[in-house]
Design a protein around this ligand. Structure first.
Ligand code: TYM
Length: 383
């Protein structure tokens, strides 16, 4: 058992209320992303991504220090990942990749994207390993379609790239005791022996460069990097800096899990317009009133409304428009049906662009023959 298991299990994030996010800051020993950091960042980048502006990325480790070092001329690189399972990626999975892409655009730095095809298998989240491998490639394509620079982005599937990673994994695995791994990750007697070793594999890419790794991810992933920070300097590498997000709710309501294995909870990145609209109308939890009359009279509650939540996280970038929607909903001027219709259109606008780009994606550039990919197939860990 780990000490924060009631709030978050690394293998099954189960946040129940907003307060849990504050608790995690304390338990993990991370810091809140405050306005000072955001202003410092904006000073360099000119503007802020909507996920930062709305503080959906809400916590960090050493991101303030990273920005100071950057101003002194120190470089950093980006690293994040996606563990394929038995279904496709949903809109929640997009979050860290969208911010990573934004950072790449603003700072023109290398991005490393790990696709660990062993993790969910060892976790027993999926039983068919061959199927996971197929999803690994599908996920790689989806991620590449977000607009990463093919010459500065390396996407790798663990089982293919393991030969290059293995030496570093040997060093890393030696530094982490089972006892520590247990208290951070909460393994029990039924956990497979693969999972504790996998910790080493997720740490390895933080050593791909002798620059500071910046890792945008959901807060559930922070524990890996907490361990990385205990060992990195021993090998002559930098402690990882993380920038951590909250979780996108599932269709069922506030703080429900968007689960890829439950289509009633998730909008998938390759859903078409009719499917998105259907799911939102049929399943999206609404803060509207029982009847139109009541809604007009008493108004709706945007704070428990899944459609409004999704707009506020990502899909309505215009702050004024979001404010107007909020006010009209509270006043009862905007109905649940209208809000759902609008949300379906905004999500479709967003996803259809990704789907279009995905049709023509040359994944080999990202995985094998783009500039960074070619370099990385020659990479070797050195201490
Ligand atoms: P995975 O595949 O479970 O999730 C991929 C990333 O998406 C985040 N995420 C979410 N973010 C917002 N809302 C949600 N509903 C939501 N669901 C998932 C996760 O936090 C994660 O950042 N072990 C990793 C794969 C990995 C990785 C990494 C992640 C390998 N290397 C380096 C981050 C950094 C995993 O199982 O992710």
């Amino acid at each position: 058992m780990n000490e924060y298991k009631d709030i978050i299990n690394i293998y099954d994030a189960n946040i129940k209320e907003e307060k849990d996010y504050e608790k995690l800051i304390k338990f993990f020993g991370v810091k809140e992303i405050d306005d000072i950091i955001l202003n410092n960042l904006k000073y360099i980048t000119g503007d802020l991504h909507v996920l930062l502006r709305r503080k959906f990325f809400y916590a960090h480790r050493d991101f303030d220090i990273l920005l100071n070092k950057y101003n002194e001329g120190k470089r950093f690189f980006l690293y994040t990942g996606r563990a394929p399972s038995k279904s496709k990626m949903h809109i929640g999975h997009l979050i860290p990749f969208l911010l990573t892409k934004w950072f790449q655009e603003k700072f023109n730095v290398n991005v490393y994207i790990q696709i660990p095809d062993e993790e969910k298998y060892w976790e027993k989240k999926a039983d068919n390993y061959e199927e996971i491998r197929e999803y690994a490639l599908e996920d790689a394509k989806t991620i590449a379609s977000l607009g990463f620079d093919p010459d500065k982005t390396f996407i790798f599937i663990d089982s293919e790239y393991i030969k290059n990673m293995y030496k570093a994994a040997i060093y890393v695995a030696r530094e982490i005791n089972l006892n520590t791994a247990k208290s951070v990750f909460g393994f029990d007697d039924n956990s497979t022996i693969g999972l504790p070793f996998y910790i080493a594999l997720q740490i390895v890419p933080t050593f791909f460069e002798r620059n500071i790794p910046l890792i945008p991810c959901g807060i559930d992933q922070d524990p890996y990097f907490r361990l990385q920070r205990d060992i990195a300097e021993k090998f002559g590498y930098y402690k990882a800096s993380t920038i951590l997000s909250k979780f996108v709710w599932g269709l069922q309501g506030p703080y429900t899990k968007m689960s890829a294995s439950d289509p009633k909870s998730a909008i998938f990145i390759d859903d078409d317009y009719d499917t998105i609209r259907y799911k939102i109308f049929k399943y999206a939890f609404s803060g509207g009133r029982g009847t139109l009359e009541e809604h007009r009279k008493y108004g709706g509650n945007p704070d428990i409304d899944v459609s409004y939540f999704w707009l506020s996280v990502l899909f309505e970038e215009d702050d004024n428009k979001l404010k107007e929607i909020r006010e009209k909903y509270i006043m009862g001027e905007l109905t649940t049906g209208e809000l759902k219709e609008y949300t379906a259109k905004k999500i479709w606008e967003f996803l259809s662009n990704i789907q279009e780009r995905r049709k023509n994606i040359n994944i080999d550039k990202f995985m094998y023959d783009g500039r960074l990919a070619r370099e990385m197939w020659e990479w070797e860990f050195r201490i």
